[in-house]
Design a protein around this ligand. Structure first.
Ligand code: HC1
Ligand code: SF4
Length: 594
């Protein structure tokens, strides 16, 4: 152990610990902005400066490791004044539109400005203002960047950027897509795209990992809260909501409930209180996906087809195939994602039960993902209304963060409400469907059903397919199945999450170093539990916690197999007739773009 002193208190820490980690672990506050526990260290915001005895200049706590006998001061007058001056300069460049900003109330920069009380009277702010008044320039003018809402998923307002570079590191470190970087120099430096193009002209997959780590509101999802509020308040149409698997565990973390507490009934109660007429579960359509995708896999195994077959429920992955790997389009399952499947059945099967036309229903989908917004806007996901006009299957997609904003606006705390149940007939989901929200879950759900349907004698016991559980980026397992003529086959299954891992994996497939039959692909590391639209968190354990919650929910469930879902049996009996049948192809399957 290393002996150090912070603000006069003696402590012991492990060798190679950074001053920042040592301080945090022992309850000392050091301000940060570019630091994020899940990203590589950059050391570029210069807010974490500390005084160290013997050093002629303050040192950055995030990049400096402790040494024996080190004496650190985090709160010396010089340190405080340096931090205040840096913040004052940043504030002078920052727009004053906090009241309508996506991040209002959840903004690390706002917190720092408040904590250090950087008001208009700060000498650095006045100095800068006078200087630019004299030269007839606004300090923000040369840094002006246009607002970029060229994709349906992400909105980028670089005027709000504090140049911490976290988004750049997220796009590189998690996804290796490298859309964002510092551009320009000599005081005009800012975050931009290659050739400063709008995002939809780049290879951006709209995953939103950049927005997850943005400490301010410079990169965020394209907000649909106001539109949803208008629909809820006007009550002109039947407003229906469906909720993705990963939402409930994110809310459970957000409201800080016990690890084995299932937040689902509270979430449903919160949505009902918001005024939704019907609350449905995307877990239902995850089960439907298993029926359709499982049948597709078994058909390919029996009759031949493109291998490996890739899952198709992650829109970030679909964007990546269409933009960067078009040669793999035929390897994708033709199944729509569960979001789009429930979208299609709500505006057909459910509409018919209520004697409504598709245009009489507004369907809001709550997703942990930003790319789902773009998926819902794809031109193929529409149907004809009674007047012949196109009606989208999903009208609005809001992220978990946007759902929290809605709840806050309406002053609803779901954890204080009485439990409520999903509505029928699209409200029952198995825990296999729920597992879709974590990396490996689609594969686990598919294996459970495919082994039973094909008649495997000793199917893997539930929860025992351990090789594809956990947060590793690339996982694999051999799965016994049977062909239709009773032959035993071993299906080579792989599970990959995170753009950087996907690229590594595909390189090995291309070079024939690896061969697989069925592969689950998720663009966000860890799967949807870590989607780009999930609540921001500085807790490095938050993804792990959400994963554990998913597994606990599976252990506690009584319905653990997609094909045993009574509402799935009912929809095939009454409406779809058979998986991969004529109506299924029309409603539940799709094609991909060149
Ligand atoms: Fe996902 Fe999916 S699991 S893609 O990760 O297949 O977003 O949660 O809703 O559609 O079901 C996301 C999550 C989600 C779909 C399902
Ligand atoms: Fe990169 Fe994803 Fe952000 Fe696009 S949305 S810039 S791919 S992190």
């Amino acid at each position: 152990m290393v002996n150090i002193t912070i603000n006069g208190r003696k402590i012991q820490v492990k060798p190679k610990t950074t001053v920042l980690d040592a301080a945090k672990a022992n309850g000392f506050y050091i301000p940060t902005l570019c630091y994020h526990p899940r990203l590589p260290i950059a050391g570029n915001c210069r807010l974490c400066l500390v005084d160290v005895k013997g050093s002629w200049k303050p040192l950055t706590a995030c990049t400096t490791e402790v040494w024996e006998g080190m004496e650190i001061e985090t709160d010396s007058p010089a340190v405080i004044e340096t931090v205040r001056s840096s913040l004052a300069m940043m504030r002078e460049e920052h727009p004053n539109d906090c009241m309508t900003c996506e991040s209002n109330g959840d903004c690390e920069f706002q917190d720092l400005i408040y904590r250090y009380q950087i008001d208009a009277q700060h000498p650095v702010r006045s100095l800068l203002r006078n200087k630019f008044k004299k030269t007839n320039h606004s300090i923000t003018e040369p840094c002006y960047s246009p607002y970029d809402n060229s994709t349906f998923s992400i909105a980028r307002d670089m005027n709000k950027c504090v140049k911490c570079g976290r988004c750049i590191r997220a796009c590189h470190h998690f996804q290796n897509i490298n859309i964002l970087g510092f551009i320009n120099r000599a005081g005009y430096e800012r975050v931009g795209t290659p050739m400063d193009r709008p995002m939809n002209f780049t290879k951006c997959v709209e995953c939103g990992q950049c927005s997850q780590v943005c400490p301010v509101g410079a990169i965020a999802e394209r907000n649909e809260v106001i539109e949803v509020l208008k629909q809820l308040d006007s009550k002109r149409k039947v407003v229906v909501v469906s909720t993705a698997p990963a939402i409930r565990v994110a809310l459970a973390e957000n409201f800080n409930v016990e690890p084995d507490f299932d937040f689902t009934p509270k979430m449903v109660a919160g949505l009902k209180k918001l005024g939704f007429d019907y609350v449905f579960d995307t877990n239902f359509s995850a089960d439907l996906t298993i029926m359709e995708e499982g049948t597709e896999l078994i058909t390919r195994l029996n009759e031949g087809g493109k291998f490996p077959m890739f899952t198709s429920c992650c829109p970030g992955w679909i964007n990546m195939v269409e933009k960067s790997y078009p040669e793999l389009r035929d390897n994708l399952s033709s199944c729509k994602s569960p979001q789009q499947m429930i979208g299609a059945v709500i505006k057909t099967y459910f509409a018919k039960q209520l004697n409504l036309n598709p245009e009489d229903i507004i369907h809001v989908s709550v997703m942990p993902c930003t790319a789902k917004k773009g998926e819902a806007k794809r031109p193929e996901f529409v149907r004809k209304g009674s007047d012949g006009k196109d009606v989208p299957d999903i009208d609005y997609v809001i992220t978990t963060r946007e759902l929290l904003t809605l709840l806050k606006l309406k002053k609803i705390n779901p954890s204080e409400l009485k439990d409520a149940k999903f509505d029928s007939p699209l409200g029952i989901g198995s825990s296999a469907g729920n597992l879709f929200g974590v990396t490996g879950g689609v594969m686990e759900a598919a294996v459970r059903t495919a082994q039973i349907i094909t008649g495997v004698e000793n199917p893997i016991p539930l929860g025992e397919l351990k090789a594809i559980r956990g947060l590793d980026g690339i996982k694999a397992a051999n799965v016994p199945l049977k062909t239709k003529d009773g032959k035993d086959v071993s299906v080579r299954a792989a599970v990959v999450s995170g753009g950087a891992n996907i690229q590594k994996f595909l390189e090995k497939i291309k070079n024939k170093e690896l061969e697989f039959d069925f592969v689950e692909m998720m663009m966000c590391p860890g799967g949807c539990i870590n989607g780009g639209g999930q609540p921001k968190s500085a807790d490095p354990k938050v993804v792990l916690n959400k994963m554990q919650r998913m597994y606990t929910m599976d252990n506690q469930a009584s319905l653990r197999l997609s094909h045993e879902n009574p509402e799935i049996k009912e929809i095939y009996e009454k409406f779809l007739h058979e998986p991969n049948g004529h109506l299924s192809h029309e409603l539940l399957h799709t094609h991909y773009n060149d």
